[in-house]
Design a protein around this ligand. Structure first.
Ligand code: NAD
Ligand code: UDX
Length: 460
């Protein structure tokens, strides 16, 4: 028999691990199990060296692990034991067959549905934590109700809104928790069971309950809207570079309008991360599926603008370095897709590195947390042209240019006079995150190329 107060999460990734650790911390009266088919990942969750870097995560995991938080590869008995089962497996873009390049690859998700069906011995609540296409819960329900054991499963949608790098504070104080369920008596009871979990630390006003499809769609829309803001400001950065307008000034002027608001208006080399691109493409695919071509085209442009911005960044490097980077050493500061994470999924650094590699540049890469991931991402390239460095000064030694690709705070505090002394002249900095003090670097002797601003160059 399952225990009403046992929660299982299938999938111990960037979402499953931190989310369940927070539930365990906040709900000492529940037992929380996190199960994954990847034994190495589980071993790391059970060690002192957690599989992901996330500020504050170590403390939360260590406080609950072994008390009411358990990591295991034993999916089968965990399914039997739990009453509430979160599914937090990966749902990447499908790279084969129908819908390739846009639709979600649902194979991992469907496998978990089948495992739940096979191993369950009594009724369960199954919670979609993964980001899924709208109406995925319908398919999940159909699979689960194909059982001949007379079991009832209630499927809920509870998408996760945490951002990497701030996962612990996002989980601790979420803007909202969204729970979608069927509008039947048993559906409402299941929603209430999940509300009871979150109500341990989230106020009732911040727990939004909706129908299943609104909840699934809201997750895709939230990511599409956030990415749209980044693409919007990035499109204007290209305009600024042509006209001597300054993107920081434009951004400040518009963000002070309370109707527009202040977040997600930092121009950059482009957005990365495992979610934005795949979720927008999934939305585009669904719009096409429901014969809404204008809507599909509207959202697809957000991704196209992001591709344009990354490409534009590399072209600016090339053009300003006398149209060749062949055999020049280019130092790359930052490989993670954003600061405070070691995650490099869809990082602009991958695209920029590959393009520069095609131009036969010699790359010297430094990131405070993502070196292992960078090696993995660039494994297909000619390794004789890539150096993986232990510190920024090693990367900058004899380099012709530095590219800032991640907004790590520590990049602001380096000794740039020392760095300039180590570099080949003329020395270039291309600040893909607009985080450095450009005037000061220019005064020192660097040729500085920010995003969306007039370059500060000694060469013109
Ligand atoms: P991830 O790749 O880090 O983790 C997924 C885990 O699921 C992996 O460890 C994998 O081994 C495991 N898994 C796959 N199939 C399994 C199976 N059959 N049984 C047991 N384990 C299995 O992915 P993630 O970044 O945690 O994302 C998970 C979901 O959450 C995705 O749908 C994603 O879109 C969504 N999401 C991610 C974020 C984020 O910031 N990463 C934020 C919100 C939502
Ligand atoms: C995103 C959503 O924010 C989160 O709610 C969802 O649950 C998962 O997807 P994440 O991908 O972790 O989170 O990072 P996010 O902070 O959204 O940043 C995404 C990318 O946009 C990063 O590459 C970041 O550097 C970039 N970005 C963000 C900008 O270029 N400019 C900005 O103003 C903000």
């Amino acid at each position: 028999m399952s225990n009403k107060k046992t929660i299982l999460c299938i999938g111990a990734g960037y979402v499953g691990g931190p989310t369940m650790a927070m539930i365990a911390k906040k709900c000492p009266d529940y037992k929380v199990i996190v199960a994954d088919i990847n034994p190495q990942r589980i071993a790391e969750w059970n060690s002192d060296d957690l599989p992901i870097f996330e500020p504050g995560l170590d403390e939360v995991v260590k406080a609950a692990r072994g008390k009411n938080l358990f990591f295991t590869t034993d999916v089968t008995s965990s399914i039997k034991e739990a009453y509430i089962i979160f599914v937090s497996v990966n749902t990447p873009t499908k790279m084969f067959g129908h819908g390739r390049g846009k639709a979600s690859n649902l194979q991992y998700w469907e496998k978990t549905a089948r495992s739940i069906l096979t191993y369950s011995e009594d009724d369960k609540i199954v919670v979609e934590k993964s980001t899924l296409p709208v109406r995925a819960a319908d398919a999940m329900g159909k699979i689960l109700h194909s059982n001949t054991k007379g079991l009832r499963f209630e499927v809920l949608s509870n998408p996760e809104f945490l951002a990497e790098g701030t996962a612990i504070s996002d989980l601790e104080k979420p803007d909202r928790v969204l729970i979608g369920g069927m509008e039947t008596p048993s559906g409402k009871a299941a929603v209430q069971a999940l509300v009871d979990v979150y109500a341990h630390w989230v106020s009732k006003e911040n727990i939004i309950t909706t129908n299943l499809w609104s909840s699934e769609l809201s997750k895709l829309v939230a990511n599409a809207m956030l990415a749209q803001r980044v693409s919007s400001i990035n499109s204007i950065s290209a305009f600024c570079e042509k006209t001597h307008a300054n993107i920081t000034e434009v951004s400040r002027a518009i963000r002070s309008d309370s109707r527009i608001g202040s977040k997600f208006l930092n121009a950059s080399v482009g957005f990365g991360g495992s979610c934005f691109k795949k979720d927008i493409l999934n939305l585009v695919y669904l719009c096409e599926h429901y014969n809404l071509p204008e809507v599909a085209e509207y959202w697809e442009q957000v991704v196209k603008m992001n591709d344009y911005q990354q490409n534009r960044f590399v072209m600016r490097v090339l053009e300003n370095m006398f149209n060749t980077v062949a055999d020049k050493k280019i130092a790359i500061f930052g490989f993670a897709f954003k600061a405070d994470t070691g995650d490099t999924r869809e990082s602009p650094a991958i695209y920029v590195s590959k393009m520069l590699h095609e131009e036969k540049a010699r790359l010297a890469i430094y990131d405070p947390k993502a070196m292992k991931e960078a090696k993995h991402d660039l494994a297909d390239l000619d390794q004789s042209l890539i150096e993986y460095c232990n510190c920024p000064y090693e990367a900058a030694k004899d380099a012709h240019a530095i590219l800032i690709l991640t907004e790590w705070k520590e990049f602001k505090s380096y000794d740039y006079a020392k760095i300039l002394g180590l570099m080949t002249k003329p020395a270039f900095i291309f600040d893909g995150r607009n985080i450095l003090d450009h005037e000061a670097l220019f005064e020192m002797g660097f040729n500085v190329f920010p995003i969306g601003k007039t370059p500060l160059s000694h060469l013109t």
